[in-house]
Design a protein around this ligand. Structure first.
Ligand code: GDP
Length: 318
């Protein structure tokens, strides 16, 4: 992939896509192709074909997806499986038919079995039952992996797959009904400090263990995979460290300066008890995470705090 190649970033306004655009721009890629979902609905096959015919991308980062946290996934499973199946099928198939040289598909650590051995190796895929709270999303992502692998075998199409841990960073989704835990807690603690509230509610028991990767670290990994990985084997991308939700809440308490108390709402789901990825494969390709959780949370908190009023107004207006 050269700086003059036409590179399409699908989902460029999202958490992953916007990090890729920042990275590609910093690396002086001159021919980036992007479309908002309003300009191009990736669930519409004819529109996707017309777009590929007109723009002829040579490399594609497929970061467009319907994503959400534990409640959004369990309440709207139908939307998650349908939209993701449509988006990825259309984009991968068009990329193959319109002569794209290489495509990188982003999956998720939730593709792995609920009780997978930890840290989770890539080989654990499809070895045992999934976690029920996000199974429709996970099945769509697994289908995406299978499409990439089957197109490679049948058509020689160079599609590769990265499986990131729980991500966070700029342009995350801070809507409390949709978001993952880290942006949700940033928002809850920030608004408690602003409003002088004495308590913050954290879902579940606080005991589940999760791994959080700053999205700029993922973007660096994605660039490396695009340059060096031409194989059907999927590749985990994680921070290699885990933290309990209670300890995450303690970290955000520290960063926000909140001085009230934390309450746990055990009526909300915990999800999988533990989810940490084995990252030996991507490390062997020459990548390592660089942004510590504390530094990353501090910068994500500052990013949110600088925009909180604006994001709040947008939410009320829509
Ligand atoms: P998961 O990694 O797929 O389970 O997705 P989430 O990031 O949504 O949730 C991770 C864990 O954080 C779960 O155990 C949640 O119950 C817990 N959690 C605690 N407070 C919150 C919150 O305010 N929002 C979300 N989404 N999760 C929370």
């Amino acid at each position: 992939m050269d700086r003059t190649d036409r590179v399409y970033v699908a989902g460029h306004r999202g958490l992953v896509g916007s990090a890729l655009v920042r990275r590609l721009q910093a690396d002086k890629f001159a021919n980036l192709i992007t479309r908002t979902s309003r300009e191009l609905d990736l669930r519409d096959r004819n529109a996707v074909d017309a777009f590929f015919a007109a723009t002829r991308p040579q490399f594609v980062f497929l970061a467009a997806a319907r994503v959400g946290g534990i409640r959004a996934n369990s309440d709207h499973g139908g939307d998650f499986i349908r939209d993701n199946l449509l988006i990825q099928t259309h984009v991968i198939d068009a990329a193959h038919r319109f002569g794209v040289r290489k495509l990188l598909f982003f999956g998720s650590s939730c593709i792995y079995p609920r009780l997978a051995e930890q840290p989770i190796r890539e080989e654990a895929l499809l070895s045992a039952p999934l976690e029920s709270t996000n199974a429709p999303y996970a099945v769509a992502k697994i289908a995406g992996i299978q499409i990439c692998q089957a197109y490679r075998r049948q058509y020689g199409f160079n599609a590769i797959c990265a499986m990131p841990a729980n991500l966070y960073g700029p342009n995350d989704n801070f809507d409390l009904h949709q978001s993952h835990v880290l942006p949700a807690l940033i928002r809850k603690f920030h608004s408690a400090v602003q409003n002088g509230d004495s308590r913050v509610v954290v879902w579940g028991t606080g005991r589940p263990l999760r791994e959080f990767l700053h999205v700029d670290d993922l973007a660096a990994a994605a660039m490396l995979l695009m340059q060096r990985h031409d194989d059907e084997q999927i590749v985990n991308v994680g921070a290699g460290e885990e933290i309990s939700i209670a300890d995450l809440a303690a970290l955000i308490t520290l960063v926000s300066g909140f001085s009230g108390r934390i309450e746990y709402d055990a009526s909300q789901p915990d999800g999988v008890p533990r989810k940490v990825l084995d990252i030996r494969r991507i490390r062997s390709l020459g990548w390592a995470p660089r942004i510590s959780l504390e530094a990353g949370v501090r910068s994500a908190y500052a990013w949110y705090a600088a925009r909180a009023d604006l994001l709040e107004r947008e939410r009320v207006a829509t």
